[in-house]
Design a protein around this ligand. Structure first.
Ligand SMILES: *Cc1c(COP(=O)(O)O)cnc(C)c1O
Length: 430
């Protein structure tokens, strides 16, 4: 189909990027299980390698099944292009790679997925990059953290693990003022609940492992470019604006315009870092996205019911869900994610660490796993698992204190989930 701007989300989640297979007429997108593609002739091969013609060379760079997913995600997020990668963590490195270099830094929110805190506070130092962690509810602190060596701002739209909502427009204005891109991890929200580009984000990253695939089958990631950032406005982004020695002095921004970042992601990022999504993974994720809106509606509906029930229970100290009127983020839901505050939140169990561990071990429908965004309901005690590598101060700042349990609410019957929580809370209190 032609991706007319008039199509609604439910239509685009099924059709965007896909067309009947030109070779066979197959209606579903085939899994193109191939490593390489035959060149028409030597001139065709040369044109592809010179980036003068767009086409398929080798599946580390591009693959037709993965290309459909890229186009679908770019469309759903309102971007101009997308690059899929092997995991959400790969997507984060791929997102930063064209912007960063030794000695440069990124200003990031303290409220992030635990693995991201570790990736940013430890591992990226090996590249000579660094991250400055700031409370993104304090915009003056965000501004103060930006210096001449800052090349991006990074946050989550609905932030892990507590389901906090970031004021994306306000943060985007700070990024604009500093002449640097805002990167938003939109994993917990999905483009159904929040479209960060409409709030001023330059780039969106996803762990497609979560709600986009939706049922815990494959890991994957994606970087989506809004196409709105002027990479040549300053000399801060030479990978995109200056001559590229690996392509005979080609300048990406001058040559590819608003697709510069996407082309760079494929032609340099995937080519040389090799964090490629495989076509099987793309297939599972495409299957998942076809029902994204239906699942997200039920995820949100169940989460509102369960968060309200927990908040009213004596055995619970507090519930962080932004969809509750008691949440300091309740008003932000209306502007940032009006269809709902997602399906991820934490709650504090009276009795602290011991009670939390007992609760997790007593739940029967909820699975104790290090994942989120599954059709199944999931539970984890962050302080003893995903946020275990963090210092107590980092745990507290990230919303993963020892007395807190994180839930990822699935699409089962809400009443069954409430009954399960009820019996487990009784055991935890006993
Ligand atoms: C899971 C997750 C990641 C990392 O994604 P992987 O696919 O596990 O590498 C990053 N950000 C958020 C918000 C996540 O939930």
């Amino acid at each position: 189909m032609t991706d007319g701007p008039s199509y609604g989300f439910d239509t685009l989640q099924i059709h965007a990027g896909a067309r009947p297979d030109p070779a066979t007429g197959a209606r579903q997108t085939p899994i193109y299980q191939t490593t390489a593609y035959v060149f028409r002739d030597a001139d065709h091969a040369a044109a592809l390698f010179n980036l003068q013609e767009v086409g398929f060379i080798y599946s580390r760079l591009t693959n037709p099944t993965v290309a459909v997913l890229q186009e679908r995600l770019a469309t759903l997020e309102g971007g101009v292009g997308a690059v899929c990668c092997s995991s959400g963590h790969a997507a984060q490195i791929m997102a930063l790679f064209p912007l960063m270099g030794p000695g440069l830094n990124v200003v990031v929110s303290t409220r992030l997925y635990g693995g991201t805190v570790t990736q940013f506070s430890q591992t990226i130092k090996r590249f000579g990059w660094s991250a400055k962690f700031v409370d993104f509810d304090d915009l003056d602190a965000v501004k103060a953290a930006i210096d001449d060596d800052t090349r991006a701002i990074f946050c989550e739209s609905i932030a892990n693990p507590g389901g906090y909502i970031t004021d994306l427009r306000a943060v985007a204005d700070v990024a604009d003022g500093a002449g640097i891109p805002l990167i938003v991890d939109n994993t917990s929200a999905t483009p159904y609940l929040c479209r960060p580009i409409e709030h001023g984000a330059t780039l969106v990253v996803h762990s497609t492992t979560k709600y986009l695939t939706g049922n815990g089958t494959v890991t994957g990631g994606c970087v989506i470019d809004s196409g709105t950032f002027d990479w040549s406005a300053s000399d801060k982004f030479p990978s995109l604006s200056a001559p590229e020695p690996a392509y005979h002095g080609l300048k990406f921004h001058e040559t590819f315009g608003n697709l510069a970042y996407t082309f760079h992601g494929i032609a340099i990022g995937l080519r040389d870092l090799g964090m490629t999504m495989n076509p099987q993974a793309a297939h599972y994720t495409l299957m998942g996205i076809e029902t994204l809106s239906l699942r997200m509606e039920r995820h949100v509906e169940n989460t509102v019911k369960i968060a309200k029930w927990l908040e009213a229970d004596d055995r619970v100290d507090f519930v962080t869900y932004a969809g509750l009127e008691s949440s300091p983020y309740f008003d932000r839901v209306k502007t940032v994610c009006p269809k709902g505050a997602g399906a991820l939140f934490t709650f504090a169990v009276k009795g602290g660490y011991e009670a939390c561990v007992k609760l997790v071990d007593s739940l029967e429908i909820f699975s104790h796993v290090a994942n989120l965004g599954d059709t199944r309901s999931l539970v984890i005690h962050s302080a003893s698992t995903t946020h275990r590598q963090l210092t107590p101060e980092q745990q507290e700042a990230a919303g993963a204190a020892p007395n807190v349990v994180r839930l990822s609410i699935g699409i089962e019957d809400a009443d069954d989930l409430i009954a399960d929580l009820d019996q487990a809370l009784a055991k935890a209190a006993g």
